[in-house]
Design a protein around this ligand. Structure first.
Ligand code: ZN
Length: 133
């Protein structure tokens, strides 16, 4: 059901400054940005091998990424697993008693269908399920 690590989401305070580190210092390829307005986040894509780093900058002081940084500081915010059928994957998690943040899949950056599992059910990691066509 889970095919691979789709991406790792990293919360950052300043996208431009952070991008310099990832592209100039680490030498990763920058593959564009997207604003996902309903999640109040600006996402920068850095593909690496078969997976991707996503840098997440809040577009609003009330957004989930701003709140995350306020509480925990910058750093890895979530890990996303690619699934072939997100609805089936969600139903499966629900059946197994996993607490869901998203009861239904919703739009994610890059045109994916995504849903988050609650860290209380995953030993502390915010897990995203992600389906891409
Ligand atoms: Zn994500």
């Amino acid at each position: 059901m889970i095919e691979k690590v789709d991406h790792v989401g990293i919360a950052v305070s300043n996208l431009d400054e952070t991008l310099k580190f990832y592209t100039e210092t680490l030498g990763l390829k920058f593959d564009g940005v997207e604003v996902v307005s309903d999640q109040k986040v600006k996402v920068a894509f850095l593909p690496i091998g078969d997976t991707e780093i996503e840098l997440l900058e809040s577009t609003d002081p009330d957004g989930p990424i701003a709140k995350y940084i306020e509480k925990k500081g910058e750093g890895i915010q979530h890990i996303a697993f690619r699934v072939d059928n997100i609805q089936a994957a969600l139903d499966n998690m629900r059946q197994k008693g996993v607490r869901l943040i998203d009861e239904q899949p919703r739009y994610g950056a890059g045109g994916a269908q995504i849903a988050f599992l609650h860290p209380k059910s995953t030993h502390g990691v915010l897990v995203e399920l992600c389906e891409r066509k």
